[in-house]
Design a protein around this ligand. Structure first.
Ligand SMILES: [Zn+2]
Length: 253
């Protein structure tokens, strides 16, 4: 049995998830108290939002001279020390690292109030042509020493289409799930193309996102790209995609 994935507890300085309003009623008075304490400690106006997200517990940005801070509803139980850590975390020149450690520990203690991931619909790894499960296991042995833990399957509905690029694969950190675009399960698509796409998605677990310059979340890090280029099929897989993919997807519609 694969280990059940725990929530990611990183603190990002820039929000990346859409705001999810806390499911249970939030005590407005406690929100206002926390906001006032943060504002007085920071000596600047603070706009505080309470959310129910799963992976980004604390985020902030400065908008029009005000600090907009978004925190998980667990922080409504913050004592003075944690409130101070929240303030320090959002104040660049204070003890940021120390504050991050305190917040991490607080989040870990309150993990049980983070809502569980929504169960994914059952996915079929075996296609008409390509068997994703077999591909995944072979790649895992060969390039990751068997260390990647993820479930994999063909997505049923076509994944979101952005302007002229098509998302052929996707990795969900929350549920450790890889999904591959169903149009690739076709006799004209070479095995090495599907393998390279699965390899890319597996790398997302092996080389997690990092905080880049300006607090931006960097998904494809230098380490990620280096390992991607090291794959022997890197060039021919990308070359095939470039030459054939649009056509293949157009035919399927
Ligand atoms: Zn990617």
């Amino acid at each position: 049995m694969p280990r059940r994935p725990g929530p990611q507890l990183q603190l990002f300085t820039e929000r990346r998830e859409p705001l999810r309003v806390a499911a249970r009623a939030v005590d407005e008075q406690r929100v206002e108290e926390l906001r006032a304490r943060l504002s007085s400690r920071l000596g600047e106006p603070v706009v505080l939002s309470i959310h129910d997200n799963r992976s980004t517990m604390v985020s902030y940005r400065r908008e029009q001279g005000r600090l907009a801070l978004r925190v998980h509803h667990m922080f409504l139980a913050a004592d003075e020390a944690i409130t101070a850590a929240l303030a320090d975390f959002a104040a660049p020149r204070r003890g940021r690292r120390q504050a991050g450690r305190l917040l991490d520990a607080f989040i870990r203690r309150h993990q049980s109030v983070i809502r569980p991931p929504r169960p994914m619909a059952r996915m079929e790894p075996r296609g008409r042509v390509h068997d994703l499960s077999r591909i995944f296991h072979a790649l895992n042995e060969r390039y990751f020493a068997g260390a990647i833990e993820a479930s994999i399957g063909w997505s049923r509905a076509p994944l979101r289409r952005r302007r002229r690029t098509i998302k052929m694969g996707v990795y969900y950190h929350d549920t450790r799930t890889i999904r591959v675009h169903p149009a690739l399960d076709h006799p004209t698509v070479p095995g090495y193309v599907v393998e390279f796409i699965v390899y890319h998605e597996m790398l997302h677990q092996a080389c997690p996102a990092e905080l880049g310059a300006g607090g931006k979340k960097l998904v494809h890090t230098d380490a990620f790209r280096a390992r991607e280029r090291a794959h022997p099929d890197h060039d021919r897989a990308l070359g095939w995609e470039k030459a054939n993919l649009e056509q293949l997807l157009a035919r399927r519609r």
